[in-house]
Design a protein around this ligand. Structure first.
Ligand SMILES: Cc1cc2nc3c(=O)[nH]c(=O)nc-3n(C[C@H](O)[C@H](O)[C@H](O)COP(=O)(O)OP(=O)(O)OC[C@H]3O[C@@H](n4cnc5c(N)ncnc54)[C@H](O)[C@@H]3O)c2cc1C
Length: 475
C-alpha cells in the first residue's frame, strides 16, 4: 500500500548530474531531502547516454585513426582493423562502472530516493506516478529543485517519423554498424557521432541547416573542422533547407535544398541530431505559474524561478546543455536554499564548450562573433598549430589558438582552440580568466618546451606588444 503523502525540506525532481549535485549538498547540510527519479535506469544522461559512452567510442575511433596513419611516424602497422562488438563491450563496461557508482551514491541513504515520475499538483505538492518500489502518492516540500534534463527535439520533417531514424541514444548502442549514414545536424553531438561512424568505415553524409558547423563557435574554427571532415571523406552539406524524407528499398533518404538545387541522398540509416529540448512537458509548471520560455525554465542568477521556493538546474534551464554547468547550478541552488541570505549567483563569464572531434574545438568566454553582436571592443590574436613544434612532432597540423583581450586593460576576455587536445588546452585559459590575468601575465608565465600548451604564449605576447605600442602612441 502506498502512503498518501510524505513531507520533506527539499524535493529534487530528477537524479541526473544536476539533481544529484543539489541533493547531496542540501542533505549534507542536514536538510531532509528527497530525490524523485522516474527513469527505468539510474545514472542520468551524461553517464548512460551522453558524455561517457560517446567519449569512450570517440577515443576508440581516434586510436584506430592513429593506427591507420602510423606511417606518418615511420611505423608499420600492416592492417589496423576493429571488432565492433568488442568496441561496444568496452564502452558498455565503462558506462556500467560509472552507473554503478552513481546508483550507489543515489541509494546510500544520504537522502531518500523515490522511483517515480513527479508532477506539480500545487506550488508545494508533487503527485508521484508510475511508482517503482514504495513511493508515496504525493510529496509536500518547502523547497524544490527541478532538474529533469532534456529530451531529443522532435523531428522537423513529419515523414521522418514514418520511415524511422536513430537518435544519439540508439546510435551509441548499435549492435552493428550501418553501411552508410545520414547525420542531420551540425552541433556537438552531430559532429562527434559523424566522425565516429566515418572512422569506423561508415559512409557518412552530414546535412547542416546553418551556414557552418558548430554555430556557437566563430566561423574560422568551424571551417577547420569542416575541412578536416571533408578530407576524411565525410560528405558535408551546410546552409541547407530540409524538405522531406523518403524510403528507397531498405534505404532511407532526405530531400533538401542546397545552393538553390533540390538534392536527394539515401543511406542505410538516418541519425537525427538536431538538438535536445528541456524535459518540462507534463510537470504542471504552467498550472502553478512557473515561467518557461520555449519549454526552458526561466531562472535568475541564484537559479531561482519566479516562484522563489522553486529552483531549477541543468538541461531543463540552460543556457547550454553542458554537464559541469548543471552540476554548478545544482550546487548553487542548494546553497541558496541552505543559506537564503547569502544569495550565491552563477557566473557565466567562464562559460566554455568542448567538442571532442579530431581536431577538437574548444572555447571559453567571449568569441569574436558574440563580441561583434554585442558591440564589445576587443583585440584578437591567433597562432596556427602548423607552426608549432609539439604539434609538428605529433603530426597534427590542423587548427589554431586565439585569444581575445580587453583593449584597455589587456585582461583576457576569451580564448578558442581548434586542434590537438583543445579540450585540455582550453583549461589554461579558463584558469587564467578565473584569476583575471592579463595577456602580458599569461605570456610571462613559464611554459615547458616542447608542449602544446606553450602555443598560448604566442598570441598572448603578440597582444601584449600591440597593447604596449598603442599605449606609446596614445602618449
Ligand atoms: C550524446 C551526448 C553527448 C554529450 N556529451 C557531453 C559532453 O561531452 N560534455 C558535456 O558537458 N555534456 C555532454 N552532453 C550533455 C550532458 O549529458 C547533459 O548536459 C547533462 O547530462 C544534463 O544533466 P541533467 O542533470 O540536467 O539531466 P539528466 O542527466 O538528463 O537528468 C534528468 C533526470 O530527470 C529524470 N526526470 C525527468 N522528468 C522527470 C519527472 N517528471 N519525474 C522524475 N524524474 C524525472 C530523468 O529520468 C533523468 O534521469 C552530452 C549529451 C548527449 C546526448
Amino acid at each position: 500500500m502506498r502512503d498518501a503523502n510524505t513531507t520533506c525540506d527539499v524535493a529534487v525532481l530528477g537524479g541526473g548530474s544536476a539533481g544529484y549535485a543539489a541533493a547531496r549538498t542540501t542533505a549534507a547540510a542536514g536538510l531532509k531531502t528527497v530525490v524523485i527519479e522516474g527513469a527505468r535506469a539510474l545514472g542520468g544522461l551524461c553517464i548512460l547516454r551522453g558524455c561517457m559512452p560517446s567519449k569512450a567510442l570517440l577515443y576508440a575511433a581516434e586510436v584506430l585513426h592513429l593506427a591507420r596513419a602510423a606511417n606518418t611516424w615511420g611505423l608499420e602497422i600492416p592492417k589496423a582493423s576493429f571488432n565492433f562488438k568488442a568496441v561496444m563491450a568496452r564502452k558498455n563496461a565503462m558506462v556500467e562502472e560509472f552507473a554503478r557508482y552513481r546508483r550507489h551514491e543515489l541509494s546510500s541513504g544520504k537522502f531518500k530516493l523515490l522511483r517515480a515520475r513527479a508532477r506539480f499538483l500545487d506550488a508545494h505538492t508533487l503527485a508521484l506516478s508510475e511508482a517503482r518500489g514504495r513511493a508515496p502518492k504525493s510529496l509536500t516540500a518547502k523547497y524544490f529543485v527541478i532538474s529533469t534534463g532534456s529530451v531529443v527535439a522532435p523531428p522537423p520533417l513529419p515523414d521522418l517519423k514514418n520511415i524511422g531514424f536513430l537518435t544519439s541514444d540508439e546510435a551509441l548502442a548499435l549492435p552493428r554498424l550501418p553501411k552508410s549514414l545520414i547525420v542531420l545536424g551540425g552541433g556537438p553531438v552531430a559532429v562527434e557521432l559523424a566522425q565516429f561512424f566515418c572512422r569506423f568505415d561508415v559512409k557518412v553524409t552530414l546535412i547542416q541547416r546553418g551556414r557552418h558547423l558548430l554555430r556557437d563557435c566563430d566561423a574560422d574554427a568551424a571551417l577547420v573542422l569542416e575541412n578536416a571532415f571533408r578530407r576524411e571523406g565525410i560528405r558535408l552539406f551546410t546552409n541547407t533547407k530540409l524538405l522531406g524524407a523518403f524510403r528507397k528499398g531498405r534505404d532511407k533518404g532526405i530531400v533538401f535544398q542546397f545552393r538553390n538545387q533540390i538534392r536527394r541522398v539515401a543511406a542505410g540509416e538516418i541519425l537525427l541530431a538536431l538538438g535536445r529540448i528541456p524535459a518540462t512537458d507534463g510537470l504542471g509548471l504552467e498550472e502553478i505559474g512557473v515561467k518557461t520560455e520555449y519549454g526552458r525554465i526561466v531562472t535568475n542568477g541564484f537559479m531561482q524561478t519566479n516562484l522563489p521556493h522553486i529552483y531549477a538546474a541543468g538541461d531543463c534551464t540552460g543556457p547550454r546543455q553542458i554537464v559541469h554547468i548543471g552540476v554548478e547550478q545544482g550546487g548553487i541552488a542548494a546553497r541558496n536554499i541552505i543559506a537564503p541570505g547569502k544569495k550565491e549567483s552563477i557566473d557565466y563569464r567562464l562559460l566554455c564548450s568542448v567538442v571532442f572531434t579530431d581536431p577538437q574545438v574548444a572555447a571559453v568566454g567571449l568569441t569574436e562573433g558574440r563580441a561583434a553582436r554585442r558591440n564589445i571592443p576587443y583585440l584578437a590574436a591567433s597562432h596556427p598549430f602548423n607552426d608549432h613544434g609539439k604539434a609538428m612532432i605529433m603530426g597534427t597540423r590542423d587548427g589554431f589558438v586565439k585569444l581575445l583581450a580587453d583593449p584597455g586593460t589587456g585582461g583576457i576576455l576569451g580564448g578558442a582552440c581548434v586542434g590537438p587536445m583543445a579540450g585540455e588546452l582550453i583549461h589554461e585559459i579558463i584558469a587564467a580568466m578565473r584569476g583575471r590575468m592579463t595577456v602580458g601575465e599569461l605570456a610571462a608565465m613559464p611554459h615547458y618546451h616542447p608542449t602544446l600548451a606553450e602555443i598560448w604564449t604566442y598570441p598572448a605576447a603578440e597582444l601584449e606588444e600591440r597593447l604596449k605600442a598603442e599605449a606609446v602612441t596614445m602618449q
